[in-house]
Design a protein around this ligand. Structure first.
Ligand SMILES: Cc1ncc(COP(=O)(O)O)c(C=O)c1O
Length: 356
């Protein structure tokens, strides 16, 4: 080992840059991180209140993860032995990549895909084979089928972040059935879409479906993600790869409470879908914009040459959206989260004032 190997490693990591979190703007109307504000604050207060009653944080949460997994099992109607949890789905994706991938394993995915996933592949020197989106922000399944023989891992966020695109169910099922390597289907926004592939895990041993309470349940700050996979993988992941106590007692108890009240979440999803349509329809009335369909809780649009101006004007009014710039042949992409009716109206009104 060279004497200065430690400094060299730090220098190498420095070149990677890391995942760019959105800017923290105090008191802004926050439509930049695909969070869920439609779920009332009271829901949060209730679950945290109950969680506090059931917690003793002087102790390690012995047996807690097992109770949480039993609750997730009831929610997704899949046996507990096929479910694992993590500190957000970020951590699950990270553990899969760091343990199953290397500079020798090629990952097939779309361009763009979930930013954190891309960054992690960079960190571990994992080569990517990327399929670009078409001009109407769609992917062609044939491109994936063609490349599937050359890849070892398939990663798809379904729906995709940041485009909101999702393959038709039978198309994606066909791709999953034809792929012999490891398949990771990231359903962070699955509840806002029309289907989940979670049931396929029962017959498809190489499939891992990753889900989270961050989006549909509005619990991004709780950091609770889970996956559904075959029994053998799940056992190894939870007993060998995962930390002994991957989530806190408060997270475990709050997660259990949230899942016990999951009926509330279903109504919220419907509101978000209606609001998503309103945002798409309204943005489409502006000639300056090209708006793309979305199956998630956000909408992507190309504001072309006006995108920096739109972004800054909104920011000045305390409305924070995500500036993405170039995606494929689209140079001025912006992504807005579907917020509450009131937040969305403020956003749409501000756009109208600017362009109308
Ligand atoms: C596609 C996708 N997967 C996973 C995540 C991470 O979710 P979590 O909060 O569970 O770490 C996100 C968050 O934005 C996402 O967009």
């Amino acid at each position: 080992m060279k004497k200065n190997w430690f400094e060299e490693k730090i220098k190498k990591f420095g070149l990677i840059g890391g995942y760019k979190k959105p800017e923290l703007v105090e008191d802004s109307i926050k439509l930049d991180s695909n969070e869920n504000y439609v779920i009332p604050k009271q829901f949060q207060n209730d679950i945290i209140f109950s969680a506090k009653k059931n917690s003793d944080i002087r102790e390690y949460p012995l047996g807690g993860v097992e109770r949480l997994i039993d609750m997730i099992s009831k929610f997704v109607k899949i046996p507990s032995s096929m479910i694992g949890v993590g500190n957000g789905s970020d951590q699950i994706l990270d553990l899969i990549l760091s343990n199953f991938a290397s500079n020798q394993t090629k990952v097939l995915t779309s361009n763009p895909t979930f930013g954190f996933f891309e960054e992690r592949c960079k960190l571990y020197n994992i080569p990517l084979i990327t399929i670009p989106f078409s001009d109407n922000m769609k992917l062609d399944i044939k491109d994936f089928l063609k490349q599937s023989k050359t890849a070892d891992i398939l990663y798809l966020d379904s729906p995709n972040n940041p485009t909101g695109f999702q393959f038709g169910k039978s198309e994606l099922q066909k791709l999953v059935k034809s792929f012999s390597g490891l398949i990771i289907i990231d359903e962070a926004y699955g509840e806002f879409s029309e289907y989940s592939l979670s049931n396929m895990v029962k017959t498809q041993n190489n499939l891992i479906v990753v889900q989270t309470l961050s989006k549909s349940f509005g619990l991004a700050g709780l950091r609770l993600g889970y996956f559904i996979a075959n029994k053998k993988f799940t056992e190894i992941f939870m007993n060998v790869l995962q930390y002994p106590y991957p989530v806190s007692t408060i997270t475990i108890e709050s997660g259990i409470q949230a899942l016990e009240n999951s009926n509330q979440m279903k109504d919220i999803i419907n509101i978000i879908k209606i609001e998503r349509k309103r945002i798409i329809d309204t943005l489409q009335t502006f000639d300056t914009f090209e708006v793309f369909d979305s199956k998630a809780n956000f909408v992507l649009f190309d504001a072309h040459g006006a995108y920096k101006r739109v972004y800054s004007a909104l920011a000045e009014q305390g409305i924070s959206i995500r500036k993405l710039g170039k995606i494929g042949n689209h140079n001025g992409c912006l992504r807005v989260t579907v917020g509450t009716k009131e937040m969305n109206s403020k956003f749409l009104l501000a756009v109208r004032d600017l362009l109308g």
